[in-house]
Write a protein that binds this ligand. Structure first.
Ligand SMILES: Cc1ncc(COP(=O)(O)O)c(C=O)c1O
Length: 369
C-alpha cells in the first residue's frame, strides 16, 4: 500500500499559513467559537461541563441522530461520525477496495478520491470533466468506462475544483449506471448545500442500497478546524468501518461532538448567511473575470465555492507562487488537480479578502506578460 503525495495538501501546508488574503480555499468564511456559540445557543457552562472521557466508536449518539435526521432519512444506525470526511473516505476505501478491482473516479478531482484506490492496488479509470463541455459531466462517457469488473464509482458533486453539478435526472442516470453493474457508489457530498441554481441534490445513500455518502462541517459550515465529518452507509459497512477505526482514530472528542451536535441542530441558520455571502462573492468574481478576459477563460461553477478558470498567456504555477510570495494571496495552481493551465479560486471567504486578492491577481497577470 503506497499513497502518492497529496499535491493540494502539500501546497496548502506551506501557502495557507503564509496568506493574508485567502482566495483559494474550498470552504466558506470560518466561524470563531464565540460567534458560533451565540448562533447555536451554546453556553460556556455547557463547554465547561464536558468530561474528556472516551467517546463511542461510531460517534456520540445524539450527534449521529442529528446527522441522520438531516442527511440519512432518520436512520441513525447508518451513520458514523468521523474526523472530517477524510477519515470517512479513508475507512471506506479500506473497507471496499481490493487489489485488481476497477474503480471509476472523476478527473480532475480532489486527489484522495482517486489516489486512495490506486494506493490500495485498484485500477482507476477516469471519468473526465472536459473543459470544452464547461466541465459538465457526460453520462455517456461514464457508461463507456463501466465494465463487469467495476467495483466502485466515486463522485463529488458539486465538484471540487470546478463547481460542476448534476441535474436530478443525471443523478438518477448515474445511480442507474452503478446499479446495472452492481457497483458501489461513493457519493462525496462535501459541498451538497452550496448550490446556486437548483436545490441540493438528494443523498443516493437514502435509496440505492449500494451507495455510501460522506459529509462534513468543513466546507458549507465554515468549521474545517473542528475536523468533523460523517459517513452514511448500510449497517454491514458501518460495522466494517467500526473495526477499521480501532486502528486509526478510535473516536471523536466529546468536546467536538457537543459543538457539532449544536451546529447540526441549527444548520439552516448557519448555512444561510454564508451561502448568501458566497452567492454575492460569485457575482463579484464573474464581474472580475469579465474585466480580465484577456487572461481568464471563466467557467461558471454550479455549486461549491470554487471556480476553476483556465489562464491564458500566463503560467498558473508561476502566478500562484508569485501571489503567495509577494502579495500574501492564496490561490491553488491547477497542477494540484492535474490541470496546469487552470487555477482554483475560492470565493467562499470574506468579501474584503476576495476583492484585494482578485485585484492582486490581476496585477500579477499584467506583471507576468
Ligand atoms: C471533495 C472533497 N472531499 C473531502 C474533503 C475532505 O474534507 P474534510 O476532511 O475536511 O471533511 C475535501 C477537502 O478539501 C474535498 O474537497
Amino acid at each position: 500500500m503506497e499513497f502518492p503525495m497529496a499535491r493540494l495538501e502539500e501546497w496548502m501546508r506551506r501557502a495557507y499559513f503564509e496568506a493574508d488574503f485567502d482566495i483559494g480555499s474550498s470552504g466558506v468564511e470560518n466561524y470563531r467559537l464565540r460567534e458560533l456559540r451565540e448562533l447555536v445557543g451554546l453556553s460556556l457552562d455547557q463547554l465547561d461541563d464536558v468530561v474528556f472521557h472516551d467517546s463511542n466508536t461510531l460517534g456520540d449518539f445524539a450527534l449521529r441522530q442529528a446527522i441522520a435526521h438531516r442527511y440519512a432519512g432518520g436512520k441513525t444506525e447508518r451513520v458514523m461520525a468521523t474526523h472530517g470526511s477524510t477519515e470517512a473516505n479513508y475507512l471506506l476505501h479500506l473497507a471496499l477496495v481490493n487489489p485488481g478491482e476497477e474503480v471509476i473516479a472523476l478527473a480532475s478531482a480532489y486527489q484522495q478520491l482517486w489516489s486512495l484506490a490506486q494506493g490500495l492496488g485498484a485500477s482507476v479509470r477516469f471519468w473526465r470533466l472536459r473543459p470544452e463541455n464547461r466541465f459538465h459531466p457526460d453520462l455517456d462517457d461514464l457508461r463507456k468506462l463501466i465494465s463487469p469488473r467495476t467495483r466502485i464509482i466515486i463522485v463529488n458533486f458539486p465538484h471540487n475544483p470546478t463547481g460542476a453539478g448534476l441535474s436530478r435526472e443525471e443523478q438518477h442516470e448515474l445511480v442507474a449506471a452503478a446499479e446495472r453493474c452492481g457497483a458501489w457508489l461513493i457519493w462525496d457530498a462535501a459541498f451538497a448545500e452550496l448550490v446556486y441554481t437548483a436545490p441540493p441534490l438528494p443523498n443516493p445513500a437514502t435509496w440505492y442500497p449500494r451507495a455510501v455518502s460522506m459529509g462534513t462541517l468543513s466546507k458549507a459550515f465554515g468549521l474545517p478546524g473542528m475536523r468533523v465529518g460523517w459517513c452514511i452507509a448500510p449497517p454491514e459497512i458501518i460495522n466494517r468501518l467500526t473495526s477499521l477505526r480501532d486502528y486509526v482514530s478510535l473516536h471523536l472528542s466529546p468536546l467536538v461532538e457537543l459543538i457539532a451536535r449544536s451546529v447540526l441542530k441549527h444548520a439552516d441558520q448557519i448555512l444561510a448567511n454564508r451561502l448568501s455571502a458566497a452567492r454575492a462573492n460569485l457575482a463579484h468574481c464573474e464581474r472580475w473575470a469579465s474585466a480580465q478576459r484577456e487572461f481568464v477563460e471563466w467557467i461558471a461553477p454550479q455549486g461549491g465555492v470554487t471556480a476553476f478558470p483556465r489562464l491564458l498567456h500566463v503560467d498558473s504555477d508561476e502566478v500562484c507562487r508569485r501571489l503567495i510570495a509577494h502579495h500574501r494571496v492564496l490561490t491553488v495552481p491547477g497542477s494540484c488537480f492535474g490541470c496546469p493551465e487552470h487555477i482554483r479560486l475560492g470565493f467562499g471567504g470574506a468579501r474584503g479578502e476576495l476583492e484585494v486578492g482578485l485585484d492582486r491577481l490581476a496585477k500579477v497577470f499584467h506583471e507576468s506578460t
